[in-house]
Design a protein around this ligand. Structure first.
Ligand code: NAP
Length: 483
């Protein structure tokens, strides 16, 4: 890779401050989803090796937990600064292994650094409580302490920020971490590990291991020294990890799948709604957990919205994310492409019309055309399943009650969007939507300052904001008598 800082491209795991191979020398190939070329390989760690990493993280925890919040804050801030200094190289690595356009990759890196900066500051504000005791001669004190070693498993769609969003909060409060990034995007993770080393985290505090998800996941969830599992990925895998974590009663956070509704009411500013729908649908080629999956438009503005939206989607430039002016990259792999093909064909079979796109892209490989479907019926799979691709199904509705019911008719509950200028409706709809995130007249709600997370089968726990610290803390009640 043509990088300014060559030390950022690592093909080894980062364990206890050292770069390590797997014991048996086994590796996993990583490819570029835009060209299908193999770009490098990473170690395939076994369950046994994972256990030894956990032991090292546990040893490191015994001293890291006793550092002051200020000491941790200084190292975190340095880490964030280093990520920003190296943004161009980190973005290049990300685009090559993940496919998203360079500008989007840079945006993610800066967001990833933003989480670290936020938690560097928030580390100093982990306050306890003193509760007035109703009993004479006694006092009640509440303190918060780090939970211990954290096992973090992250997805390929945000190879940087899903790691920093978890680890910055965990490290800020005094936990140590063992991270398993997605096998398709390990190089972004290993690059931030190199910068963590330079920033000065003590050995064993921040570790990154690659390999078989099943073996590593089993060890992280069953090992009693791991006190917390933080997972971002599919609901299917999240359920497996919850079951596995039950045997050791671990604290868990689950950031899982989504099926976001995007509602355009008849009083919406249509141009703003079109811009918001484009942002929330086509970012990362539709491969984000908060991507709009179903667009509901009031019947009185349906035609005008559809026409304007379709015209904008026609302008989306698809190609290799390293090339100038590209807005939409490839899908991550063949099976993702097949799911998109299946969802579109199925929707058309049960009555949908293709307004634009509707097929694989002439570029071939993992590329699919940005697609808008109109007249989508509720029999279509796309109505109920997360597509994770550049396809926007547009539905018609006639009243608020009906659309709220349609929007909530899913086991998922991560992000939702709606456009309206009517203050009464804004409150009513925001309260009625069964989602962890309700984004009103705004297509991009994610920033470090907010509590990100879902309800229902989209998961539990929150990442970002002051609430994101709670997932890595235990509350201890100290009862004092004899006063
Ligand atoms: P995934 O298949 O669930 O994989 C996510 C991570 O879990 C990867 O590191 C994967 O490793 C690992 N994994 C897979 N099977 C495992 C097992 N049996 N035990 C332990 N780990 C296992 O999800 P994905 O396809 O990468 O990501 C897309 C999904 O993530 C979508 O559903 C999306 O909505 C969700 N997501 C949610 C959020 C959120 O904040 N709520 C954010 C981003 C994405 P390998 O790569 O080695 O298989």
């Amino acid at each position: 890779m043509d990088l300014n800082n060559k030390s950022l491209f690592r093909e080894k795991c980062f364990v206890n401050g050292l770069w390590s191979d797997s014991e048996d020398g086994k590796t996993i190939d990583v490819n570029n989803p835009a060209t299908m070329e193999i770009i490098g390989k990473v170690p395939n760690f076994s369950a046994e090796q994972t256990k030894s990493v956990i032991n090292k993280a546990d040893v490191a925890f015994q001293s890291w937990k006793n550092t002051t919040a200020k000491e941790r804050s200084i190292i975190l801030k340095k880490w964030s600064d280093l990520i920003i200094e190296n943004v161009d190289d980190l973005a290049k690595i990300m685009t090559i292994e993940q496919g998203k356009p360079l500008a989007e990759a840079k945006g993610e890196i800066l967001m990833g650094a933003g989480y670290i900066e936020f938690y560097a500051e928030e580390a100093k504000r982990v306050y306890g409580d003193i509760i007035p005791d109703p009993r004479p001669g006694k006092r009640i004190v509440i303190i918060k302490q780090p939970v211990g070693v954290v096992g973090a498993i992250t997805p390929w769609n945000f190879p940087n920020s899903m790691i920093t969003r978890k680890c910055a909060a965990a490290l800020a409060v005094g936990c140590t971490t063992v991270v398993k990034p997605a096998s398709q995007t390990p190089f972004s993770a290993l690059a931030v590990a190199e910068l963590a080393k330079v920033a000065g985290f003590p050995d064993g505090v921040f570790n990154i291991i690659t390999g078989s998800a099943k073996n590593i996941g089993m060890e992280l969830t069953k090992n009693p020294k791991v006190k917390k599992i933080s997972f971002t990925g599919s609901t299917e895998v999240g359920k497996i990890l919850m079951e596995q974590s039950a045997s050791t009663v671990k604290k868990i956070s689950m950031e899982l799948g989504g099926h976001a509704p995007f509602i355009v009411f008849n009083d919406a500013n249509i141009d703003e709604a079109v811009a918001g729908a484009l942002q929330s649908k086509f970012r990362n080629s539709g491969q984000t957990c908060i991507c709009t999956n179903r667009i509901f438009v009031h019947e009185s503005v349906y035609d005008v919205f559809l026409e304007k939206f379709t015209n904008e989607v026609k302008k989306i430039k698809v190609g290799n994310g390293l090339d100038e002016g590209i807005v939409s990259g490839p899908l991550i792999d063949k099976s993702s492409l097949e799911k998109v093909i299946d969802h579109v064909q199925d929707a058309v079979n049960v009555g949908a019309k293709v307004a634009v796109g509707g097929d694989v892209h002439p570029l071939g490989g993992n590329f699919y055309q940005p697609t808008v479907l109109s007249n989508v019926t509720t029999e279509a799979k796309i109505t109920f399943e997360e597509t994770f691709g550049p396809v926007a199904p547009v539905y018609k509705f006639s009243n608020d009650e009906e659309v709220i019911k349609m929007a909530n008719n899913t086991p998922y509950g991560l992000a939702s969007y709606f456009y309206s200028r009517d203050i009464g409706r804004v409150w009513r709809v925001a309260e009625a939507l069964e989602y962890g995130i309700v984004s009103i007249n705004n297509g991009l709600p994610t920033i470090p300052e907010v509590p990100f997370g879902g309800v229902k089968e989209s998961g539990m726990g929150r990442e970002g904001s002051k609430y994101g610290l709670d997932d890595y803390l235990i509350i201890k009640y100290i009862s004092m008598g004899g006063i």
